[in-house]
Design a protein around this ligand. Structure first.
Ligand SMILES: Cc1cc2nc3c(=O)[nH]c(=O)nc-3n(C[C@H](O)[C@H](O)[C@H](O)COP(=O)(O)OP(=O)(O)OC[C@H]3O[C@@H](n4cnc5c(N)ncnc54)[C@H](O)[C@@H]3O)c2cc1C
Length: 339
């Protein structure tokens, strides 16, 4: 089946929301040649192409009248090693968490805080994945992407990627760049980031006084397993909305009415608000409309209780956005990619 096309394939197993839409055509790419062959055949047929990895950041609202190209390329390697600093590279289709665990098993530090994020290596730069005070931009050295407009390969260095909060040049130019492989600069010495959320506290509870990168990873995995629903049991795409960044005046206005507003001042004078807090204050936590709902413990996570359609999930998201705008004057932006 590799490299071949199937018709009318259900995408339910290929998106963590578990939305049952069909792809007109579906194919897996296990290497660069498969990618090129699929793109040129699609071009001959004037078919759009949707590239997917683990489907953990997608909201599919309709059947996809396109070729859905599932990145399944595998491979990870050490490109350089001076005894302290290493550069590792992984193919786009490598599942992210096993890749992180592989780096830790080699004694390489840097990706531990990003443990247990679903999805693939190739999609991680799309929104500059981040968790527990670290984003991939902190350890990123480069990637190789195929320019779908010209068919040429291009290497991107850190400065070329315009990484921001859940943002990158790749996300801003949807469909232009197909990421083939990504490179990270890691080190044998741990530079621990323990101050975000309950990481330090969890390590203390576990009796860990001098944490290794693996211990930090284990602590973060245990926190994440408690906090976030497992998509295998309850369809979801992680955080559904980005934390909005607003002006200091806006926060002052909200604080006058809600003294407990959760707000993080930014270097540029703006303030990041916790979207989950806003949604919870507005009373949406645990809300359910048919099979589309808001998680009972995590207001930032929308969930599919079984048979919700993507359109129903999207309708719920829009109602929440409208309510938050009306109550707080704050616009919430969706994090998953909508198709
Ligand atoms: C339970 C849960 C927890 C999560 N926690 C976090 C978290 O802590 N931090 C965080 O940042 N995210 C988190 N996410 C979101 C998601 O896991 C990440 O965004 C992940 O990087 C998506 O990878 P994917 O392979 O599943 O991408 P997909 O969902 O398949 O695709 C996402 C986007 O990238 C594009 N794309 C995919 N592969 C490629 C490629 N090779 N080249 C070009 N474009 C490509 C797709 O077209 C799509 O637009 C979470 C999701 C879930 C379900």
């Amino acid at each position: 089946m590799t490299g071949q096309w199937q018709e009318q394939v259900s995408l339910k197993p290929y998106n963590t929301f578990g939305i049952d839409v069909k792809a007109r055509y579906f194919s897996q790419a296990r290497n660069d040649l498969h990618v090129r062959q699929a793109l040129s055949q699609a071009q001959r047929l004037a078919l759009p192409v949707l590239v997917i990895g683990g489907g953990s950041n997608l909201l599919l609202t309709r059947d996809i009248d396109a070729l859905v190209l599932h990145m399944a390329s595998q491979g990870r390697r050490v490109l350089s090693d001076d005894g302290e600093h290493v550069v590792v590279e992984a193919e786009a289709g490598e599942p992210w968490h096993p890749f992180v665990q592989w780096t830790l098993a080699q004694g390489f530090c840097g990706l531990e805080n990003l443990s247990l994020i679903p999805g693939t290596v190739g999609a991680a730069p799309m929104q500059n994945v981040g968790a527990y005070g670290v984003e991939i931009k902190d350890v990123f050295v480069g990637l190789t992407a195929l320019d779908r407009e010209t068919g040429e390969l291009r290497d991107f260095a850190l400065a070329d990627c315009a990484f921001g909060y859940r943002d990158s040049v790749f996300k801003r130019n949807p469909g232009r760049w197909l990421i083939l492989r990504v490179r990270f600069a890691l080190s044998r010495t741990l530079h621990a980031h323990l101050d975000y959320g309950p990481v330090r506290q969890r390590l203390a509870e576990q009796g860990v006084t001098e944490p290794t990168a693996q211990a930090i990873s284990d602590a973060i995995c245990s926190i994440r397993r408690e906090k976030l629903p497992d998509p295998a049991e309850l369809g979801n795409a992680g955080s559904f909305f980005k934390n909005p960044v607003v002006s200091a005046e806006c926060v002052a206005r909200i604080r006058a009415q809600y003294p407990g507003v959760v707000a993080y001042p930014q270097a540029d004078g703006q303030v990041k608000l916790a979207a989950g807090w806003l949604i919870e204050q507005a009373g949406w936590k645990g809300y359910r409309e048919g099979d589309a709902g808001v998680h009972r413990l995590q207001s930032l996570v929308l969930v599919n209780h079984g048979q919700a359609s993507g359109a129903q999930m999207h309708a719920l998201a829009r109602r929440i956005q409208a309510d938050i705008l009306e109550r707080f004057g704050v616009e919430l932006e969706m994090e998953p990619n909508l198709y």
